[in-house]
Ligand binder design. Structure first.
Ligand SMILES: [Zn+2]
Ligand SMILES: [Zn+2]
Length: 372
């Protein structure tokens, strides 16, 4: 089969940034040495790029798992350009196709079925537009978002000015322009790229599948450390409308914590979550499938299968009872709170009305006394 044509701009950008980071950064570290200013600035810039992609591009724009204040959206738009991963509109269009046709080698733009290299970076090096067309039909909602469209129209100068401008300003402030360009510029960009690319490659190859095996996505706690929580990719692919990827409170998902904290400050709203019951059902179903596969090889398989099926049905029934009651309890608590609020409101009004009446009584008494 004829290979798709090479996209030289992408090849050059990836090659030059990788070479500078791989050669220039160690050379500088050994000959001159980086200071704390460069280290701290690089970590902050890396976090800003990463979170703009995970909280902004991914969970806000591609999946609409919450709503965000325009101020936050502007921050994401600038940070996304700084991360050099194309415009949010383009990124989201590709990503929605990835979810819709996951693992379909001819439709998923970064299908893991085509191997590690392809899903990691190879898909961006050749023009596969004959197969993977990025039309913007699946992002019509985002086309109505003025911030997304502004970023899309101004992407080129935004990405150039942030990638050179931010490290340059930091370098001028810290008094070390070359060191800052190498660390907060090149090294930060290369690390940021590959940490995100791991989600398309490794998070579809390496890890566990606790919720579904209908696609190749995996949950991987180690990858979550590098990807601001996106390593819980198995959960994400089955419940993509949930603003969390690490659904358990202890799972490392800084993107989830950031979105939640921002909601307390009024910067994010309508955080969407999948009901716990559906999550537990998916997990139990996967466990049943695995147990059936293991038990089928045993000599007394038929008997064991019966036990499994019976206990599974029982588990589902118990779950249903529990979650129904929990729902009722929550509703009741809400009603009680409303009742408490109303009672408090009544008390305040009662005191107010009493006071008004007493004043009027005094006024009246004075009046009738004057006329008596
Ligand atoms: Zn996604
Ligand atoms: Zn994926």
């Amino acid at each position: 089969m004829k290979q798709a044509p090479i996209i030289w701009t992408n090849v050059l950008v990836f090659s030059i940034t990788t070479l500078v980071a791989a050669i220039g950064v160690p050379w500088y570290a050994f000959t001159i040495g980086f200071g704390w200013a460069e280290v701290i600035a690089t970590i902050i810039c890396l976090g800003y790029c990463g979170m703009s992609i995970t909280a902004g591009y991914h969970r806000l724009w591609a999946h609409k798992t919450y709503d965000a204040h325009p101020a936050l959206q502007w921050l994401y738009a600038i940070g996304g350009a700084f991360a050099l991963q194309n415009s949010a509109l383009h990124w989201s269009a590709d990503h929605r196709v990835h979810h819709r046709h996951v693992d379909h080698n001819d439709k998923d733009p970064y299908s893991a079925g085509r191997g590690f290299w392809y899903s990691h970076i190879g898909w961006m090096l050749r023009d596969n537009s004959e197969v993977n067309k990025t039309d913007y039909n699946n992002v019509r909602d985002l086309q109505k978002n003025p911030i997304v469209m502004w970023q899309h129209r101004n992407y080129l100068w935004l990405t150039i000015s942030t990638n050179f401008g931010i490290p340059l300003i930091l370098g001028v402030v810290s008094g070390n322009i070359l060191g800052m360009l190498l660390s907060a510029g090149f090294l930060r960009l290369v690390l940021s790229h590959h940490f995100t690319f791991f989600i398309n490659s490794l998070a579809h190859i390496w890890g566990k599948q606790p919720y579904t095996d209908q696609n190749s996505a995996r949950d991987n706690g180690f990858l979550a450390l590098l990807t601001y929580g996106e390593g819980y990719h198995n959960f994400h692919h089955i419940f993509e409308s949930d603003y969390r990827n690490g659904v358990k409170w202890y799972q490392f998902d800084p993107t989830k914590w950031f979105i939640k904290t921002a909601s307390w400050l009024g910067l994010t709203h309508n955080l969407r979550i999948v009901p716990e019951e559906r999550i537990e059902q998916a997990k139990a179903k996967m466990q049943l499938q695995r147990a059936i596969a293991n038990v089928s090889k045993r000599p007394n398989a038929e008997q064991l299968l019966q036990v499994l099926e019976h206990e599974y049905e029982l588990l589902l029934a118990r779950m249903q009872d529990y979650y129904q009651l929990k729902k009722q309890l929550l509703r009741q608590r809400k009603e009680e709170l409303v009742a408490q609020y109303q009672a408090a409101d009544f008390k305040v009004r009662y005191r107010e009305f009493k006071h008004h009446m007493q004043i009027q009584q005094q006024h009246w008494q004075r009046l009738v006394t004057a006329f008596s």
